[in-house]
Design a protein around this ligand. Sequence first.
Ligand code: DLZ
Length: 156
Amino acid sequence: MSGAGAPRISLDGAGLKVTIVAGLWNTEIAEGLLAGAHRALAAAKAEVTEVRVPGSFELPVVSKAALDNGADAVVALGVIIRGGTPHFEYVADAATSGLTQVAIVTGKPVGFGVLTLDHEQQGLDRAGLPGSTEDKGAEAAEAAVATAIALREIRR
Ligand code: DLZ
């Protein structure tokens, strides 16, 4: 995910129930994404629940369960760093296509905050940490809330 052109949006998410589903791999970057998502959702006044999953592969099934059980939107966070095995492609593809399907099948938004990286420094630059140039956890949270608001308008 490159940050060029990413919008920062001021939103009123009062009354929205948002679940953050966060992977545990690559702790420092993952915690930065999580903190950024919390900051953005607090600013939007959304009601927040946090659920941890082992890795990015588990994001889709838990995101779907959250949406099937009352969440208005999910923010899915994960960090996948390219290694020397094909695991990177498998895990990244499973998370990306799985989360896309979850959004379409449930008709509810999934903010996509899964970083797919060549190396750790790219993640540190994007994780909303001191010294980061981007805040992808916050961006994913803002996208989820903005999409939930858009869907509410359309379905009114
Ligand atoms: C197995 C695996 C590997 C190799 N790399 C990552 C990664 O970089 N980021 C991540 O979130 N998860 C990784 N995983 C774990 C899988 O997502 C999953 O948790 C396990 O395969 C167990 O199902």
